[in-house]
Design a protein around this ligand. Structure first.
Ligand SMILES: *Cc1c(COP(=O)(O)O)cnc(C)c1O
Length: 367
């Protein structure tokens, strides 16, 4: 492989990651009890302002745990954007509930509240807001709608660690928020996730259910159906080292995002477009993504960039078009974004020269 190959993502593990992992090995605390679990959860509460935060084994089970603990199941409906990563949808289906798809907005590619309102039925139990690519859904409007209709609000914040709306961190607007620490997320633990909430009773339930439903006071006595969704102390050790440097990681990612937007505007004018954020939103700039001009052969553009050592990804495909969820519905805005979007290299150690090279490669691939 070309030495100058720029992948879409590469985690930055240059802090205390190795030191902390070695402490786990040296002390033999390698399983799901240990100091790093508590320190990682504590640090995460500090960063987000969440009163409760529990780490789990990945971002998908964080969502499943959250939906399960809101007592959502067979016969219930959960409203979710069709343009999202598949885990948002699968975890609804895993509880036996039905995912009900809604359109996204052409401005910021996020859940369209008018369509949410139109899809509410007597069976609707919850709305799932997904903060895609670090942009933030219109949380004041969604919270007001959920409250007025007596619905739960779940936030999939997997891509939005560090994202805020009016200065408030995502995950705190709804009943429950979930995060992912997969290898390409803003903070990684290899595989990992976190669930945050404000309500004490829900927090207790989440903690019990993630640990096999075991009573907090009586070992091997299980008070309800549970799962093993625990994170290991080793993963938490990596997570703690990562969040120690979160401000630096976020600042660099935002600078990369700003540079991409500026250079694309200079080099390509308005032929490519980015998510347009409201002034209330600060994005984590997780993966800088853009829409290619209509009529462009995306596969060809991505292929040309690859030949020149620049990795890209298509944005997510729409869930309503996947075999297990497909029906006759159409979502023109979501389908157009899914067809034209690509994500660019967005990792924190990417240099400004690398960013310029990506933009030049894109410009050349487009002609
Ligand atoms: C990454 C991601 C998830 C799932 O997280 P995993 O840790 O990979 O299980 C869920 N939702 C969205 C939007 C994601 O990007």
């Amino acid at each position: 492989m070309n030495v100058d190959f720029l992948p879409v993502y590469r985690p930055d593990l240059s802090g205390n990651e190795k030191l902390y992992v070695n402490q786990c090995l040296d002390t033999t605390w390698i399983s799901s009890i240990g100091d790093f679990i508590d320190r990682f959860e504590g640090g995460f509460r500090e960063i987000t302002g969440a009163p409760y935060a529990w780490c789990v084994s990945n971002g998908t089970v964080a969502l499943h745990l959250a939906i399960h603990c809101l007592d959502i199941g067979p016969g219930d409906e959960v409203i979710v954007p069709t343009f999202t990563y598949i885990a948002s949808v699968n975890t609804i289906a895993q509880t036996g509930a039905k995912p009900v798809f809604v359109e996204c907005r052409s401005s910021d590619w996020l859940i369209d509240i008018d369509d949410v309102e139109a899809k509410i039925t007597p069976r609707t139990k919850a709305i799932m807001a997904v903060h895609l690519y670090g942009a933030v859904c219109d949380m004041p409007a969604l919270s007001a709608l959920a409250k007025s209709r007596g619905l739960h609000l779940i936030e999939d914040c997997a891509e939005a660690l560090g994202s805020t709306y009016d200065g408030k961190h995502v995950g705190l607007f709804g009943d429950v928020g979930t995060f992912s620490f997969f290898g390409n997320k803003t903070v990684t633990t290899g595989e990992g996730g976190m669930v945050v909430c404000k309500d004490e009773a829900l927090a207790r339930r989440l903690k019990t259910v993630k640990g096999q439903g075991q009573s907090p006071t009586q070992r091997y006595w299980h008070v309800e159906l549970g799962f093993n969704y625990r994170m290991t102390n080793i993963c938490a050790a990596i997570g703690l080292a990562q969040i120690e440097r979160l401000p630096t990681i976020l600042a660099r990612k935002r600078a990369i995002g700003d540079l991409y937007r500026r250079l694309c505007a200079e080099r390509l004018g308005n032929i490519v477009s980015f998510q347009k954020l409201s002034a209330n939103v600060v994005s984590s700039d997780w993966l800088v993504s853009l829409l290619l001009p209509e009529g462009t052969d995306r596969t060809k553009v991505m292929g040309r960039m690859q030949e020149n050592g620049v990795d890209t990804r298509p944005v997510f495909y729409c869930a309503h078009q996947m075999p297990m969820y497909s029906n006759s519905e159409h979502f023109p805005v979501s389908e157009a974004i899914a067809a034209h979007g690509i994500s660019l290299p967005s990792y924190p150690t990417l240099s400004s020269a690398d960013v310029a090279r990506v933009v030049e490669t894109l410009a050349n691939a487009l002609v």
